[in-house]
Ligand binder design. Structure first.
Ligand code: TYD
Length: 136
């Protein structure tokens, strides 16, 4: 089940009294080649993002600032993660429905993705996603 493959990746953290520093190197810290980076910000209180699945895209989700909750669902089981550390990434393999909610004020959600944006890779309808997860 894809849900068993999602995990928190701890990124390097260089602690410094002047402020901490985290870095991500391609081919080293992330289990795929980074093809795209995008981020959610200025999220109004109570707003929810996500509510879709991906056929092939892999992602790592990082709370660069503030906090939010990610719920992953493979059609049989769900797992929720509170993201609130800029040095922790949530690895999201393909074929998981994801919902992101409870954004704190000022939260920034950065997503590293394995490929360019492609609407054909999305499941936008939960019932269609569920049907595609059923084994014969
Ligand atoms: P979407 O992935 O549906 O965001 P969410 O599920 O969080 O609401 O994307 C919202 C819109 O932004 C949609 O019209 C597609 C567009 N978009 C891009 O053009 N490029 C991207 O890399 C992403 C992630 C979205």
């Amino acid at each position: 089940m894809p849900i068993e493959d999602c995990r928190i990746i701890e990124l390097p953290k260089i602690e410094d009294p002047r402020g901490n520093l985290t870095f991500i190197e391609g081919g080293r810290h992330i289990p795929f080649n980074i093809g795209r980076v995008y981020y959610l910000y200025d999220v109004p209180g109570g707003s929810e993002r996500g509510a879709h699945g991906h056929r092939a895209l892999q992602q790592v989700i990082i709370a660069l600032s503030g906090s939010f909750e990610v719920t992953l669902d493979d059609g049989q089981a769900k797992r929720s993660f509170t993201m609130n550390r800029a040095y922790c990434g949530l690895y999201v393999p393909p074929m998981l429905w994801r919902e992101i909610r409870n954004f704190s004020s000022g939260a920034v959600c950065m997503v590293l993705a394995s490929d360019h944006y492609d609407e054909q890779d999305y499941f936008r309808d939960y019932q269609v996603f569920l049907a595609s997860t059923q084994r014969p």
